[in-house]
Design a protein around this ligand. Structure first.
Ligand code: MLT
Length: 245
């Protein structure tokens, strides 16, 4: 079980240095929508997911693979990238489409946060959809924990902070000890205030407004479902697989 007084929350990709994660367990959070799509894809039977930082890295990796084995997935500024097979809507990631495929995944903030966490001892991809799996995984080890909110281009995102707060709330049974990091206090406080109205609160976040008219309407309610899937996407050597599998 991690020591709650050491759990830290970083509020964007730019808010931490790679070295700060060495030896720690990191949970990468991008509720809208990269974490949710990764969790849905792993649940739907994707063989592995290779997160990349940008389109040129995606193409380089794709060139080394057989065309029948991979799908190019992701978005830029919320919209599907031209020539890609799939966008970043979790509802696109069905067994019919992704089973046994390798997904090369490229998003504006989420996959950058995952790549930047490479020095962590354990790297999990978490969102409301697989909350319990994340809690179970964290409870197994004494590592210091960092909750990394992907945010949006260096800014805080309400939905990511809400999920960090939700994890903290469950880890301390609703009572945050006095000696905790500022980031943990902020995330916990936000969840305490708005946790009972998750979908309504996230539906009014900056990113929900940004995505309006760009993505299917169902995406936001879907990303607010709690414990929908029992999967634990984790990254080792740059590859995400289901650690619960
Ligand atoms: C990101 O990585 O910034 C997001 O997942 C964007 C999105 O909602 O598609």
């Amino acid at each position: 079980m991690p020591d709650l007084s050491y759990i830290d929350v970083f509020f964007s990709v730019q808010a931490f240095q790679e070295e700060e994660l060495r030896g720690k367990s990191a949970v990468i959070i991008d509720v809208l929508r990269a974490s949710s799509s990764i969790v849905a894809a792993i649940n739907a039977g994707a063989k592995k997911i290779i997160p990349v930082e940008d389109m040129s890295d995606a193409v380089k990796i794709a060139r080394t693979m057989d065309q029948n084995d991979y799908l190019l997935c992701g978005e830029k500024d919320g919209t599907m990238i031209e020539g890609y097979d799939l966008g970043n809507s979790p509802l696109e990631y069905t067994p019919e489409v992704v089973q046994n495929k390798t997904l090369i995944f490229n998003t504006t903030n989420g996959t950058k946060a995952i790549k930047k966490a490479a020095l962590a001892n354990r790297i999990y991809i978490g969102t409301f959809l697989n909350q319990q799996s994340i809690l179970n995984a964290l409870a197994e080890h004494d590592d210091e924990v960092v909750l990394i909110c992907s945010g949006w281009r260096g800014r805080l995102s309400l939905e990511d902070t809400m999920f960090a707060g939700s994890l903290l709330h469950k880890l301390c049974n609703g009572k945050l000890p006095e000696k905790t990091k500022d980031g943990a206090k902020v995330a916990f406080g936000l969840f305490e205030k708005f946790g009972d109205a998750l979908e309504e609160t996230i539906g009014k976040s900056d990113h929900a407004y940004r995505l309006r008219n760009l993505v299917p309407e169902e995406d936001i309610p879907f990303c607010c479902k709690v414990d929908e899937f029992d999967v634990l996407p984790g990254m080792k050597d740059g590859i995400i697989t289901n650690l619960n599998g």
